[in-house]
Design a protein around this ligand. Structure first.
Ligand SMILES: [Zn+2]
Ligand SMILES: [Zn+2]
Length: 182
C-alpha cells in the first residue's frame, strides 16, 4: 500500500492505471533514495513508496506523512499572516485571543523545515501543517495563539533538518515581534 497521510488514507484512489513517481523531476538522480521505483499503483500517487518514506511526504497530497493536511482552516480565531520576507518586523495592533499565522515557503524535497526556537510567555503554538499543490514547494503554516498582553511578544523560528539524511550547518532564523493588546 502506498504511503499516505491520515487524510488521504480515507480517500479512494483510481487503481485502474499506474502513476509515475515525480521525485526525479525535483531532485538530482544521486539524491533519490535506494529503491526508488518509477511507477506507482495509481495516477493519484506521485511518489513511490521509497521516495514517500525518504522525503516524509504523502504519496497523494504531498503533505506530511504524520500530519493532517486538511483544506479546511485549522482555526476559528482571527489571525494575521506573516510570510518569509516579514522576518525582523514588528506587527502592531493584535489582541489577546487572536493568532499570528506564520506561512513560510519550504522546498519539500530538501528535507529542511522550521521549528520553534523561542516564544514569549504569552505565545503558544496552536497548530501547524504543510500545504502543498503537488509541486516542489509548499508552505509550512504555524498558528500561534496570543494569550496575554505584551507590547513586544516574540516569535523566533529556526530552520531544522526534518529528515535524518540532511545535515544543516548554518540554520537560518526567522523572527518577528508582536504588539498584543487587551
Ligand atoms: Zn520514487
Ligand atoms: Zn495526503
Amino acid at each position: 500500500m502506498a504511503k499516505l497521510c491520515h487524510e488521504c488514507q480515507q480517500k479512494k484512489p483510481d487503481q485502474s492505471v499506474r502513476g509515475t513517481c515525480m521525485a526525479p523531476s525535483f531532485v538530482k538522480a544521486v539524491n533519490l533514495p535506494q529503491g526508488h521505483f518509477p511507477w506507482t499503483a495509481s495516477p493519484n500517487f506521485t511518489l513511490c513508496d521509497a521516495c514517500a518514506d525518504h522525503f516524509g511526504r504523502c504519496a497523494w497530497c504531498g503533505g506530511s506523512l504524520s500530519g493532517w493536511n486538511s483544506s479546511m482552516l485549522p482555526t476559528t480565531k482571527r489571525f494575521c499572516q506573516q510570510f518569509d520576507n516579514d522576518s525582523g518586523k514588528h506587527v502592531e495592533g493584535m489582541y489577546v485571543g487572536e493568532q499570528i499565522l506564520v506561512k513560510l515557503t519550504v522546498d519539500l524535497y530538501s528535507g529542511i523545515s522550521w521549528r520553534v526556537k523561542q516564544l514569549s510567555r504569552g505565545v503558544s503554538l496552536a497548530n501547524s501543517r504543510i500545504i502543498t499543490e503537488g509541486g516542489q514547494y509548499g508552505w509550512l503554516e504555524m498558528y500561534f495563539d496570543l494569550n496575554q498582553v505584551d507590547s513586544k511578544a516574540g516569535i523566533l523560528l529556526e530552520q531544522e533538518a526534518s529528515r535524518s539524511w540532511v545535515s544543516l550547518k548554518n540554520p537560518q532564523m526567522w523572527g518577528i515581534t508582536v504588539e498584543v493588546k487587551h
